[in-house]
Design a binder for this molecule. Structure first.
Ligand code: ADP
Ligand code: G6P
Length: 471
């Protein structure tokens, strides 16, 4: 039996648009959970990836990469502004993350969202083989499942949301809420990170669309749409192997020496995003220094915050505030050659990230809301000797699985400080048993098991899709 190639539809392609003049194309690994999750999968499966190449000119024709066919969807400057920066990242993103920043509503943004979703659906329809399987990703493309079903009723269509799905009282704010739900309901299987997201979705569908809906399935237009939680993961073995590589171990040792061989190194790695709780964390850290609980010479904080969505106003404001606060803390508490915070805004390759993870005694992952947070999982996977402590927000999807982490409520400043101190001064045997339990979990529930369980649920016919992921 021939394998049916999978078509992945995601806003971003997994490659940079700055392709070399000789046509050579490198995997992008741009910072962001969706690409980190989907990227390792494609090595195992023949696929076509439909997505945007990052610019606003005509769509570049990209060569295949590692057997993956890349199909580019162009965005005009207006699409970029109103679809990507506007409806996706200034309406949906804040709304889906507990409205920690105020979502904006503009009719022009909605028109762009519809227009761009239609373009993605047409592209997916064009490249899909008869009876093929299409897997639509994330909040940028929630109308694609229904649009694609209209164009190609023969396809099996999956939709997975990488970010949280909000409770009804927030989602109901959306002026075009019914259209968005109907868009998602074009899929055969709707996947979320967590069970309560599936519950929120079912409640909304029942209320807004008025059709029978449970947390497991929806009956609509004579079809059954299945619903479920599929917590996304990482390539655990790959990260563990990287972290054990001699050059990465040596680099981690070097990094530690460069920091002045402190007793404790705390690390945070985030996209510069207001959902990540960077300001709350900096405040907690600075109060611990001010109160003498943390001494700058003994303890250093390395904060990696790679800029993201840089033209969106809320992101610009955040970056300014974070940089002002880092400057204030270093000015107030640092000494020549001994800053309190080492602040880096650069993207790093996987080996450098693994070295950073290996170097850090405490990984502080304290988002105000996060669909999953793969950084937390990457840190655990990199701790191959079971050392280290993970400080993790209760509001990250990862907290549902990594319950042995030091869990904190990032809104509770005192709790955050206590959690950080507990992680810094953890009993090594207790910390090792926590880390071991989390590592074992991630070896069992890795990215292949995630894709395997999703695609098996999507492709009920039991075709080779499952095998190509799990073999
Ligand atoms: P989000 O999807 O919101 O960005 P995640 O924690 O789920 O959050 O995923 C972030 C991904 O981006 C991780 O795989 C992480 O390794 C990667 N990443 C974060 N910062 C950097 C950086 N400075 N350089 C390279 N990759 C990064
Ligand atoms: C999150 C989203 C992804 C997105 C990524 C990076 O992981 O769920 O869909 O790709 O952030 O954001 P960006 O705006 O750069 O694509």
């Amino acid at each position: 039996m021939r394998q049916r190639p999978l078509v992945v539809v995601a806003n971003r392609l997994p490659v940079d648009d700055s392709v070399a003049p000789d046509g050579a194309c490198e995997w992008r690994r741009s910072p962001g959970g969706l690409l980190s999750a989907m990227h390792p999968l494609l090595r195992y499966s023949p696929a076509t990836w439909v997505g945007w190449a990052g610019g606003t000119g005509p769509a570049p024709a990209l060569p295949d990469v590692d057997g993956v066919r890349l199909h580019t969807v162009p965005l005009t400057p207006e699409d970029f502004r109103d679809h990507y920066e506007g409806f996706a990242n200034a309406t949906l993103w804040p709304l889906y993350h507990d409205a920690v920043e105020q979502p904006e509503h503009h009719r022009r943004w909605w028109e762009a969202y519809q227009r761009v979703n239609r373009r993605f659906a047409e592209a997916a329809a064009e490249v899909s083989e008869p009876g093929g399987v299409v897997w639509v990703q994330d909040y940028h493309l929630q109308l694609v499942p229904a649009l694609l079903r209209e164009l190609r009723p023969d396809l099996r269509i999956g939709f997975f949301l990488h970010v949280p799905f909000p409770p009804p009282e927030l989602f109901m704010q959306l002026p075009r809420r019914a259209e968005l739900l109907r868009g998602i309901l074009g899929a055969d299987l709707v996947g979320f990170q967590r069970a309560h997201a599936a519950h929120n979705f079912a409640q909304l569908v029942a209320k807004v669309i008025g059709v029978p809906a449970t947390d497991r399935q929806v009956e609509v237009d004579g079809r059954t749409v299945r619903v479920g939680a599929f917590p996304v993961s990482i390539d655990t073995a790959e990260m563990a192997a990287l972290a054990a590589r001699p050059d990465v171990v040596a680099r981690a040792d070097q990094l530690r020496r460069d920091l002045g061989d402190p007793d404790h190194v705390i690390l945070s790695v985030d996209r510069m995003d207001y959902t990540k709780g960077i300001e709350h964390r900096l405040k907690a850290y600075s109060e611990l220094i001010a109160s003498g609980h943390v001494k700058v010479r003994d303890t250093v904080l390395v904060q990696v915050a790679v800029p993201s969505r840089e033209r969106v106003g809320q992101y610009q404001i955040l970056r300014d505030r974070v940089e002002r606060e880092v400057g204030r803390i270093n000015g107030e508490f640092g000494r020549v050659g001994e800053p309190a915070i080492h602040y880096l805004t650069q993207p790093f390759d996987r080996a450098e990230l693994a070295a950073l993870y290996r170097m850090a005694d405490v990984m502080a992952v304290t988002p105000l809301r996060d669909g999953m947070n793969l950084v937390a999982k990457e840190y655990v996977a990199a701790r191959v000797d079971d050392s280290g402590a993970l400080l993790l927000s209760e509001f990250a999807g990862a907290a549902a699985e990594l319950s042995e982490a030091y869990l904190v409520n990032p809104h509770d400043l005192e709790g955050l400080k206590q959690g950080l101190l507990a992680a810094l001064h953890a009993d090594p045997a207790d910390a090792a048993s926590r880390m071991r339990a989390m590592r074992e979990h991630l070896h069992r529930y890795d990215i292949r098991s995630w894709a395997g369980s999703y695609l098996t649920a999507l492709d009920e016919s039991g075709s080779l899709l499952h095998e190509m992921i799990t073999d």
